[in-house]
Design a protein around this ligand. Structure first.
Ligand code: 5GP
Ligand code: MN
Length: 341
């Protein structure tokens, strides 16, 4: 093993020992939580609850669990943000690239007795007393699995399903998975994951009215071939009316519809979250560093999947985005690693 791998293993062992002896554990996902953040938190939470600890899982916003992920919470561990203790005994932040991504719960990092950070973002800024951060793995779920292994916790179907949900979404259906992630997937399926209904519910199910709305969004999608140092930018805008009317499962799927544009290295979706406020999702195909571009715009993420939130008109936000897709962020080709959240 390399020195880096040794250090990660030591960090995992230390955090596993802390969690194994904790009486009360609060696991947090980032705001607008996805399957990797909630799946990792719930997998660890289910195991800790079964060991006898008091456990809760939460996130600052929105105030409801994403509908498609509700079945992961078999023990009812998810609580509203206002039920998170003011001074948690042990806090675990999952898939959280920076403290700010905890939203209104960010302050718990300083009041908690200890904070374990488990994350795989290239842009991770590092916080907490215990850090398990590895940007080379495809999903936080991979690291959550390693913590469970170090705790000696057996995988049951419920835990495996939570981990699989994170793995399959962050690898965009295993498109970007390496051999170890495929081996982990096999282990999870052996533990009892029912793959097809799980993936259909999370990635492939939308209300009928969505398709007409999506047609409108796609009809207004625009291609800017000169952007991103001539590699091309395709962009779509989702107005607040649609963001409010449909679930995150619909809105966050728009990027997957346009990222296949042959003429564009970069795809971006501007989702309106306030009168002048936009949450922007970006995807690339390996030739430009979106994590660096997103950080320059106040956000974060991975090389091939990143995002940021910004004020302005759509044209102003797009101008900011174009100016961040600079030639120095372009390189010949980088194998796609993490390409989801
Ligand atoms: P998605 O487009 O799937 O929402 O996010 C892609 C990646 O970018 C994820 O890793 C996510 O954590 C990151 N990301 C998306 N939006 C933001 C943002 O507003 N701020 C930060 N720091 N990261 C973001
Ligand atoms: Mn993730």
């Amino acid at each position: 093993m390399t020195a880096v791998a040794d250090a990660l293993t030591a960090d995992i062992d230390t955090a596993a020992a802390l969690l194994a002896s904790a009486h009360d554990v609060t696991l947090l996902a980032h705001v607008q939580p996805d399957a990797d953040a909630l799946g990792s938190a719930l997998a660890l939470g289910i195991a800790l609850r079964r060991r006898g600890a008091s456990v809760r899982v939460s996130f600052a916003e929105p105030d409801r669990m994403p509908e498609s992920l509700r079945p992961l919470d078999v023990l009812g561990l998810v609580v509203p943000a206002d039920e998170v203790p003011a001074e948690p005994e042990v806090l675990v932040a999952c898939d959280t690239a920076s403290i700010g991504r905890l939203g209104a719960l960010a302050g718990r990092v300083s009041t908690a007795g200890a904070t374990v950070l488990i994350d795989h973002h290239a842009s991770n800024t590092g916080f907490g007393t215990h850090r398990i951060v590895d940007a080379s793995v495809e999903a936080t779920a991979v690291l959550a699995h390693r913590v469970l292994e170090a705790m000696g916790e057996p995988l049951d179907a419920a835990i495996a399903t939570c981990l699989y949900a994170g793995l399959v979404t962050d690898t965009v259906g295993f498109r970007t998975a390496g051999p170890a992630a495929y081996r982990l997937a096999a282990t999870l399926v052996e533990a009892g994951v029912q793959v097809e209904p799980l993936v259909r519910r999370i990635m492939d199910t939308h209300p009928f009215e969505w398709f007409a709305a999506l047609a409108g969004v796609l009809g207004d999608t625009a291609l800017d071939p000169d952007a991103a140092a001539g590699l091309g930018l395709v962009h779509a805008v989702v107005p607040a009316a649609l963001v409010e009317r449909f679930r995150s499962e619909e809105i966050d799927g728009v990027i997957d519809e346009i990222r296949g544009t042959a003429e564009a290295e970069v795809a971006a979706v501007l989702k309106q979250v306030g009168p002048r406020r936009w949450s922007v999702s970006m995807r690339a195909k390996g030739r430009i560093d979106l994590a660096a571009a997103a950080v320059a715009l106040g956000g974060g993420g991975h090389r091939n999947a990143a995002g940021f939130t910004r004020e302005g008109t759509p044209d102003e936000v797009l101008a900011d985005l174009r100016s961040a897709l600079t030639p120095d962020r372009v390189s010949d080709h980088n194998p796609i690693s993490a390409a989801g959240g």
